[in-house]
Design a protein around this ligand. Structure first.
Ligand code: NDP
Ligand code: 8X3
Length: 260
């Protein structure tokens, strides 16, 4: 029987790279996101190339009823989840606190904190029933530091950092591993989403240095997941070599300049 991983936000970037890597390692997958067509394409591709099964589950992680309905309606044998990757998340906007867009704030708080909590509540109960499991929480360097105009996104990722530690304490009696992975700049659709679809502005974020790739983070997650049963990796901060902190990046032909 293959192990099972549930990956939220598998329609692009880090989540998609995790789905591909875990499929290669023989995991059956539950992949989620809002873009059903992308989930279906990914599912077809993974099942064609690997001897695994995939369930696609389309929901907006901010919609509590939808999260509960989709997850609770999974077949019982799919509820024995070995690995949960709490990856779905986003930044919207990059404005000083006094000029922030409150709709952007709601989206970030509802997705990055509340959505992660809804999924975790359901899956952690199944892990408790199974007396095992591993939860990977994707935080960010933005959860370890704050930077100019990052305010609410940073706050949500600080919350993920706190929840990562809190989950480890609460789930200790049940033998469930909890790992936080906190990347610096990873080139995905992240910046395009942050800048409300402005591709030109998004591209500039990664100009003049080599950012992390989604595969770099998937491999880091796999390292944590593939440790022996008695070893838990608590927390990993993973940066591009050219990035020293959230706001310091060494770009070609420049000295260190702010990232945004
Ligand atoms: P992408 O934009 O490429 O992927 C984000 C994923 O999250 C998509 O699959 C998207 O799916 C999903 N998602 C977003 N909102 C929702 C929602 N409301 N309901 C369900 N799914 C949702 O970005 P990344 O891969 O870079 O981001 C993945 C995680 O990594 C995020 O938590 C991000 O904060 C974190 N991170 C990213 C860094 C970077 O530099 N890229 C650095 C540090 C952390 P869909 O749109 O189909 O719903
Ligand atoms: C994404 C990285 O530095 O843009 O979490 O916040 S950063």
């Amino acid at each position: 029987m293959n192990k099972i991983a549930l990956i939220t936000g598998a329609t692009s970037g880090i989540g998609e790279a995790c789905a591909k890597l875990f499929a290669r390692e023989g995991y059956n997958l539950i992949i989620t996101g809002r873009r059903a067509e992308r989930l279906e394409l990914l599912s077809k591709d993974l099942t064609k190339h690997h001897n695994i099964q995939v369930i696609t589950s389309t929901f907006d992680i901010r919609d509590r009823a939808s999260v509960l309905n989709q997850l609770n309606n999974l077949p019982d044998n799919w509820k024995k989840i070995n690995v949960l990757i709490n990856n779905a998340g986003l930044s919207q906007g990059l404005d000083p606190i006094d000029k922030g867009n409150m709709d952007d704030w709601d989206v970030m708080i509802d997705t990055n904190i509340k959505g992660l909590l809804y999924v975790t509540k359901v899956v952690s109960n199944w892990m408790i029933d199974n007396h095992k499991g591993h939860i990977i929480n994707i935080g960010s360097i933005a959860g370890k530091e704050v930077y100019l105009n990052g305010n609410v996104y940073c706050a949500t990722k600080h919350a993920v950092d706190a929840l990562n530690r809190a989950m480890r304490v609460d789930l200790l009696p049940h033998g469930i591993k909890v790992t936080g992975v906190h990347p610096g700049a990873v080139e995905t659709e992240f910046s395009e989403v942050r800048f409300h679809g402005d591709k030109e502005r998004a591209k500039k974020v990664y100009d003049g240095f080599e950012p992390l790739s989604a595969v770099d983070i998937a491999e880091t997650i796999w390292f944590a997941v593939s440790r022996p049963a008695h070893v838990n990796i608590n927390d990993l901060v993973v940066m591009p070599t050219a990035q020293a902190s959230a706001s310091m990046i060494q770009r070609v032909n420049t000295t260190s300049v702010p990232i945004k």
